[in-house]
Each structure stands twice: as structure tokens, then as C-alpha cells.
Ligand binder design. Structure first.
Ligand code: ATP
Length: 202
């Protein structure tokens, strides 16, 4: 799967609709301090399902919406769209019926955020899984934040192992294991409750 287009609208400093074509090969983003280079990387992470406002350098998720400037009022929503070239048909089965896959995430003030995949409403979890399985997810080591190299050098072995696992493409399995463990815990609690009820009836 290859990213081919990124569109932003009302996301952080990108208040006006902005379309970026991601060409084959290496892409560099250059510009003066504060022009929005990191915001672009955050837009990528966000559309892939990032849920931690801190990873977006904000206090809450709505901080990704353009907050206004002296000459422009704040916006009410932010939207990021990522187009993926799927000619190699590497997307998971649920998303794999077309040559191009467009994932859109939109957040509206006081409403929250929602995802669409090729125009259809999609759960956040499915979008996160799509990218985690492709090793390009919101937590992917391919997206390097400022200060991340220093963090890596100082990281504990367990945290470093996570990075290797992400690079090996097994972080989707981790997520599934976590979900299975939560289900197991719920089931165990339900069984305990059933035992209590049976005891009361006996
Ligand atoms: P540097 O080279 O210094 O790291 P950069 O090019 O990576 O800078 P960013 O950190 O991406 O720049 O962008 C910072 C700019 O984005 C700041 O001007 C900040 O005010 C603006 N910004 C961030 N969030 C919002 C928001 N919600 N609304 C409006 N502007 C925002």
C-alpha cells in the first residue's frame, strides 16, 4: 500500500483546503520554523487513528481544529483525507475491492470524530487495524517526531522491543491480543456473576 495523496481542511494551521500529492520515492518537506511541517506528520498520524491528544501536541482531541488567528475565526471542524494506492491489493479484505482507498477522518466541535473508508462509515478500530497490519499505523516507527530519536536512545528495553515489533508488522496482533484479553476478563466476570445467581437460587 502506498500513500498517494493527503488532503487537509481546518486541521491545525491548515485552515484552507490543502491537497498534497505524495509522489513515488522520497518526499521531503521543507519550510521555516512554525510553517506546519510537524502538523503534516500529525495529520497523517491522526487520519490513521491516533487517539492520544498528547501525540498531537494538544490537551484534547479538538485542539487539532484550527483555533483561529488575528485575521480569521476558529473553524468548527477539521478533516484529513489519505488516499492509498491499492493496485497491489495489499489492503485487508474489508477494504480491498478498489484500486484506490480513501480514508477520511473528520472531527466536529462538541460532536467528536468519525471515519469513512471509500465513502462508507467505518469504525476507528478498523482503520487503526488497517494501518497497524500494514506497519504504517499511528504509532509506526516510520513516523519520527521531533525528540523521538533521543527518547529511543534513552528508552527501556521493553519500549524498544515494541518498536522492533511494530517494524516487523506484528503490532496488529498485539492489538487483537489486548482485545481478546479484555473479552476474556469480561467473560470471567460474567461467569462469577452466574455462579452468584446459581448460589442464590440453590
Ligand atoms: P519547526 O520547524 O519549528 O518544528 P514546524 O514547521 O514543524 O516548525 P509546526 O509545529 O507543524 O511547524 O506548526 C506550528 C504552527 O501551527 C504554529 O504556528 C501553531 O500556532 C500552529 N497551530 C498548531 N495548532 C493549531 C491550531 N489548532 N489552530 C491554528 N494553528 C495551530
Amino acid at each position: 500500500m502506498r500513500f498517494s495523496k493527503l488532503k487537509l481542511n481546518g486541521f491545525k494551521s491548515f485552515v484552507d483546503p490543502t491537497d498534497l500529492t505524495i509522489a513515488d520515492g522520497l518526499t521531503g518537506v521543507v519550510g521555516p520554523n512554525g510553517c506546519g511541517k510537524s502538523n503534516l506528520l500529525e495529520a497523517l498520524r491522526w487520519v490513521m487513528g491516533e487517539t492520544r491528544p498528547k501525540a498531537m501536541r494538544g490537551g484534547g482531541m479538538e485542539d487539532v481544529i484550527f483555533a483561529g488567528a488575528s485575521s480569521r475565526p476558529a473553524r468548527n471542524f477539521a478533516e484529513v483525507s489519505l488516499t492509498i494506492d491499492n493496485q497491489d491489493r495489499l489492503a485487508p479484505a474489508a477494504f480491498n475491492d478498489q484500486d484506490q482507498l480513501e480514508i477520511i477522518r473528520r472531527i466536529t466541535r462538541d460532536v467528536g470524530s468519525a471515519f469513512k473508508a471509500n465513502g462508507k462509515d467505518t469504525r476507528a478500530r478498523d482503520v487503526q487495524m488497517l494501518f497497524a497490519d500494514a506497519s504504517t499505523g499511528a504509532h509506526s516507527p516510520s513516523l519520527v517526531r521531533q525528540g523521538q530519536i533521543a527518547e529511543l536512545i534513552n528508552a527501556k528495553p521493553k519500549a524498544r522491543r515494541r518498536i522492533l515489533e511494530e517494524a516487523a508488522g506484528i503490532s496488529g496482533l498485539y492489538q487483537r491480543r489486548h482485545e481478546a484479553e479484555l473479552k476474556l476478563k469480561n467473560t470471567e466476570q460474567n461467569l462469577l456473576r452466574v455462579d452468584d445467581v446459581i448460589e442464590q437460587l440453590a
